[in-house]
Design a protein around this ligand. Structure first.
Ligand code: NDP
Length: 336
């Protein structure tokens, strides 16, 4: 069977460009007993994938130059030589490789696939009820430990993780303040997603003053998705015994040098602040709990969600790069 694949052509220096990707024709072998042929329906593109484009040691191995890129995705079975699957089943790949290769079709051993319930929107498995939603839930609840009346600030607030963090903060009785890029995004956060206040970091040269104005009682929890100057400004306003779940540092993912920032340790010491990095995989044994709670909140109308859906297999690289210029509101998805 003839397919198209998108490979990592070479490793980017700084911000990736189109030439770092290459589309090629390939041929799949015949299906063997115990194998399943799938056609991707939706791919997820996620900021952590930028790290996999580097040849660097991390919690997940780098992409291999000359081989297909891979990401989360939902696929449909088109042919099966295993009794557990039939054409039309909607599936995701499971641990240890919960990814689909960037290809128009792929063969998986049946043991590496799991069926998904297609009575809920399939893209939710990549966003709200998938890795980003679970990240918001466990990062905020387990590390942030929100208490009613506290102020929760989240950066990257209009994205897949941030939009959920702010809404969970509201459910917990907190004041939710989002930081995002652009007037439309901040309006969306307050008007549609129930945030109490939102700061447009692109339109606010003085972030220190903007955080002070939006958080008159200081900041009890800072859910950090972006790092850099934005986080430097928020840290100055942290209260005694504040908690800082360190989720991501997207403003630094394309840096070619290690940036030097303010020394924040004196603030952490003198205000007894907890700052903790985490990887969502740490919570794998509790994913069921997180999905159940998020589903209940969605059914009760307490959490809403939005997605930016790019159409077409060929748009995968542009969609990934779009994360770094803020092209998405909510989860960035590619519909194949
Ligand atoms: P998003 O859907 O939020 O997409 C990325 C967003 O980041 C963009 O829309 C853009 O929004 C913002 N952004 C891009 N560049 C910059 C910059 N230089 N400065 C400030 N903001 C920037 O992505 P996710 O919600 O999926 O991920 C959010 C963060 O959480 C990322 O850092 C990611 O790596 C991390 N993450 C961590 C996980 C973990 O296990 N620890 C799991 C999942 C995600 P804007 O228009 O507002 O600038």
């Amino acid at each position: 069977m003839k397919i198209k694949q998108i490979l990592l052509a070479d490793r980017p220096k700084g911000l990736p460009v189109a030439d770092n990707f290459k589309t090629v024709d390939a041929t799949l072998p015949d299906l063997q007993p115990g194998e399943v042929l799938v056609k991707p329906l939706y791919f997820s593109v996620d900021p952590y994938m930028r790290g996999r484009m580097n040849d660097a040691r991390s919690y997940i191995p780098p992409f291999v130059v000359g081989e297909p890129i891979e990401s989360g995705g939902v696929a449909e079975v088109t042919e099966s030589k295993d009794d557990q699957f039939k054409p039309g089943d909607k599936v995701m790949s499971s641990a240890p490789r919960p990814f689909l290769p960037w290809a128009t079709a792929a063969i998986f051993p049946a043991a590496h696939l799991r069926k998904v319930d297609d009575t809920i929107p399939l893209t939710y498995y990549l966003g709200l009820l998938g890795m980003p939603g679970l990240t918001a839930y466990f990062g905020l609840m387990d590390i942030g430990k929100p208490k009613a009346g506290e102020t929760v600030v989240v950066s990257g607030a209009a994205g897949a993780v941030g939009i959920v963090v702010g809404q969970i903060a509201k459910i917990m009785g907190c004041r939710a303040v989002g930081i995002a890029g652009g007037s439309e995004k901040v309006k969306m956060l307050t008007d549609t997603f129930n945030f109490d206040a939102a700061i447009d970091y692109k339109g606010n040269p003085d972030m220190n003053a903007a955080v002070a104005a939006a958080c008159p009682n200081g900041v009890d929890i800072y859910f950090d998705n972006v790092g850099g100057d934005i986080s430097d400004a928020v840290v100055r306003h942290l209260n005694f015994f504040a908690r800082v779940p360190l989720c991501g540092q997207i403003s630094l993912y394309n840096s070619t040098e290690i940036p030097v920032g303010p020394r924040i340790q004196p603030i952490l010491v003198t205000r007894s602040i907890l700052m903790q990095g985490f990887i969502i995989g740490n919570y794998a044994s509790r994913f069921g709990e997180g999905m159940k709670q998020l589903s209940e909140w969605v059914k009760a109308g307490k959490i809403k969600y939005t997605e930016t859906v790019e159409e077409g297999f060929d748009h995968l690289p542009a969609a990934l790069l779009g994360l770094f210029s803020g092209k998405n509101s909510g989860k960035m998805i590619v519909k194949v």
